[in-house]
Design a protein around this ligand. Sequence first.
Ligand SMILES: C[S@@+](CC[C@H](N)C(=O)[O-])C[C@H]1O[C@@H](n2cnc3c(N)ncnc32)[C@H](O)[C@@H]1O
Length: 205
Amino acid sequence: MFNLTAVELGSSILGCGDGPAAFNSELSRRGGQIVSVDPLYRFSRAEIAQRIQVTSAEVLEQTRQHQQDFVWQAIASPTMLEEVRMGAMAEFLADFEAGLAEGRYLDASLPELPFENGQFDLALCSHLLFLYGAQFDGNFHLAAIGEMLRVASEVRIFPVLELGNLPSRHLERVMAVLKDQRRQVYLETVGYEFQKGGNQMLVIR
Ligand SMILES: C[S@@+](CC[C@H](N)C(=O)[O-])C[C@H]1O[C@@H](n2cnc3c(N)ncnc32)[C@H](O)[C@@H]1O
């Protein structure tokens, strides 16, 4: 999703809206430096596990109903998607309490982050900004990106499509405002594409 090089994986990384995913666990196991923030982390392991159980059948059914919206290559079928998702979430759950104790999972929400200026090299945000463009307005996007840029030298956001594979209603204005702020802003194609046409990340420095 983020074209991360080995050097970047060795830098100090902030994940925003990381949810019940396995990136933090995997990278930490490999000796990386990562902190993930998500309001989900205010709940206990048992509460998150129960929520995953309750929603997984519905998520699978919705994916089946919208199969034509996705690229079935690396992930060949909805059943395989379910296996990959549940595997990642199991890895997250196994790591969650240790990660909380180590300060790798923090209950915090954009657009406010509990970090010092410039504390991270890279801030990553997947499947939150732009994707939920109907729920979060343009000013929220600008505030969230501004806050990520306060705490990290570089921000990467993936994808830049909305749900239903629609072009983001906020992208053009957000890019224009950031350019006016003399930021370096560009779209980069990445290797991962699951939502059809969703193979670009926004990079801001
Ligand atoms: C669709 S999930 C994406 C999870 C993960 N990044 C991924 O790509 O698989 C969106 C996540 O954003 C989190 N979220 C919602 N509002 C947020 C906010 N204001 N700040 C940070 N995270 C938020 C949700 O709790 C959820 O875990």
